[in-house]
Design a protein around this ligand. Structure first.
Ligand SMILES: Cc1cc2nc3c(=O)[nH]c(=O)nc-3n(C[C@H](O)[C@H](O)[C@H](O)COP(=O)(O)OP(=O)(O)OC[C@H]3O[C@@H](n4cnc5c(N)ncnc54)[C@H](O)[C@@H]3O)c2cc1C
Length: 537
């Protein structure tokens, strides 16, 4: 994609209706909502889309069984409402992005008879709250059946299991899909563009100064209204608006580890209901691997957090307690950390107990801040933020929110049989074809055509990602750096750090061909990608 054209689209004299700061779940969702209501939208993301928390999630589209437990235990209506709303959004999410999200059965193992009624009743309540958007009825099964569904599970003393359903998705590809959808409705969007200050006229915000972190150019973006969707960094943006603003966010690090696919059945997950610190832990099939997490460690707000060895040990310790297979540090293919932006609703509660509700704020100068929440609820959060922007800045939209039924790019003509077309018409092998179908939906044939033109080789022999995806990412999906392609357009670095290192030289070569990098730029990009690969080592 032509970088200069992307940057020029942000420099219009005519102010945008909305400038969104941050291209994670929140910002990208707001861009789709606002642009599809006919507003003129700009979005600036300082790194890559979803490079922050939004590519480091557990990748569940869920109501949150843990929040439900808290709702029941504490008779807390807010938690209860949160679960019900998230379950509704779960249904909408799966409907509007069927290529990127699907339902997944999860086994909850029970080793004590007294747990059985408690857990089963809780999960039945979860189904009831989901109502007509439920994904399937929870079932109580015996220990033998639980072990059959999840054979790695420790069999000794296993009394029973509850099988329930949630959604699972691809977070980083969801973000880029939202970007492409917003662009279809006319939004001007750029990654690797940082907001460095906000501009005011007569006490009201009227735009921002931004810096292109690739070319170094600084320029202004003019806007009638500014939405702060900077995730854990939202307080920094609030303080650009008002240096005296009190912080409202704190952060907790959540890590995940990736193991090979032999540690999880291909289509069933596991919920470990109680860790030593009273949390839940998931073992999920994801991209042909086992995705395991997460933790909840209070930390400072830093750029590019990394999984710490003691956090990795914590996860491995629990897996070894619940598995018949033994798992060691050498089995870990990748490990990464994401920062939860937690809203300080109650300073006395510890981070595991705080409600993952979002926060919408509006400053006297007109800055709208949307923070907290979860991926599952991104659509609803976006609707609230855009309603607020329209009301407070007097923007003229073409109509009310449209996103309840708005199919995202790749979804409109999606069918679960697209992979057959790819194998039959383009000679793509079935594993790669299924992967392309799930990553690109109805756009997969475009990637297959590129593959046919000489880019069908795999980036690494153990993984289904192919060279055509890198070309497609650079041409159509805003990939500007090698790590954008390795980590978020494909997921190679997320699932297998060593494989991503091995593929890096070829990825740089492919991107250099597309984006016109000279020798010096190739070296810089390689060094940067090596540095970023340390984040998931
Ligand atoms: C470990 C973990 C597991 C999770 N699992 C789930 C799950 O399974 N399901 C679920 O629904 N939710 C889950 N969540 C929650 C979900 O991931 C987050 O709520 C969501 O990703 C937050 O998105 P965001 O856009 O607000 O923040 P971010 O993704 O952090 O995005 C903010 C963006 O703003 C950019 N930015 C900051 N400052 C500037 C600036 N000055 N200029 C331009 N850009 C800027 C950042 O670079 C960043 O990309 C999980 C969270 C964590 C941490």
């Amino acid at each position: 994609m032509n970088r200069q054209a992307i940057l020029d689209s942000l420099k219009t004299e005519e102010p945008f209706d909305l400038l969104i700061i941050g291209g994670g779940a929140t910002g990208c969702g707001i861009a789709v909502d606002a642009a599809s209501r006919g507003l003129r939208v700009a979005l600036a993301e300082k790194n890559d889309f979803a490079e922050g928390t939004s590519s480091k999630s557990t990748k569940l589209v869920h109501g949150g069984v843990r929040y439900l437990e808290m709702a029941v235990k504490k008779l807390d209506r807010a938690q209860y409402h949160l679960v019900r709303e998230a379950l509704f959004e779960r249904g909408v999410f799966l409907k509007n992005a069927p290529h990127l999200a699907h339902r997944v059965p999860l086994v909850t193992p029970l080793y004590h008879w007294w747990e059985v009624p408690y857990v089963f009743a809780g999960l039945v309540l979860y189904d009831v709250l989901a109502g007509r958007l439920g994904l399937g009825k929870s079932r109580l099964v015996g220990g033998k059946e639980a072990k059959k569904r999840f054979p790695m599970l420790r069999g000794e003393n296993l009394k029973a299991g509850v099988i329930y359903y949630d959604g699972q998705f691809h977070d980083a590809r969801m973000a880029v899909t939202l970007v492409l959808t917003a662009r279809k409705y006319g939004a001007a969007i750029a990654n690797h563009v940082e907001v460095v200050s906000l501009d005011q006229r007569d006490g009201k915000l009227c735009g921002a100064r931004v810096r292109d972190s690739i070319g170094g150019e600084e320029f202004a973006i003019r806007a009638r209204c500014i939405v702060n969707a900077a995730g854990p960094f939202a307080d920094r943006i609030r303080q650009m608006d008002d240096p005296a603003a009190q912080p409202v966010l704190e952060a907790a690090s959540g890590i995940h580890i990736i193991l090979s696919g032999r540690f999880v059945p291909p289509d069933t997950g596991l919920l470990i209901p109680k860790t030593e610190d009273g949390r839940v832990l998931f073992v999920l099939p994801w991209q042909g691997h086992a995705l395991i997490g997460t933790t909840d460690t209070p930390v400072g707000i830093v750029e590019h957090p990394r999984a710490q060895e003691n956090e990795i040990e914590y996860v491995l310790r629990h897996i070894n307690r619940y598995f018949d297979l033994s798992v060691g540090r050498g089995d870990v293919l990748a490990a990464w950390s994401g920062l939860r932006p937690l809203v300080k609703f109650d300073a006395s509660a510890n981070t595991a107990q705080q409600v993952r509700e979002h926060l919408l704020m509006h400053s006297p100068s007109g800055l709208i801040t949307m923070a907290g929440g979860k991926w599952t609820s991104y659509r609803k959060m976006a609707e609230e933020a855009v309603d607020q922007a329209i009301a407070s800045a007097g923007l003229r939209a073409s109509g009310p929110c449209r996103t309840l039924d708005l199919k995202l790019i790749g979804a409109e003509h999606f069918s679960p049989d697209i992979f057959r077309v790819l194998t039959r018409d383009y000679g793509i092998d079935e594993e790669v074809a299924r992967h392309l179908q799930n990553a690109f939906g109805d756009q997969a044939p475009s990637v297959a055509r590129l593959a046919e033109s000489g880019f069908s080789a795999r980036l690494h022999p153990d993984h289904p990602y192919i060279e055509a995806e890198v070309i497609y990412a650079a041409r159509h999906e805003f990939a500007q750096r090698a790590s954008d392609a390795l980590t978020r357009r494909t997921s190679l670095a997320i699932v297998d750090n060593a494989a991503a290192r091995a593929a890096l030289p070829r990825v740089v070569e492919l991107m250099a061909g597309e984006l016109g990098w000279d020798g010096e730029r190739r070296q810089q990009e390689t060094a940067l990608a090596v540095e970023r690969l340390r984040d998931s080592a």
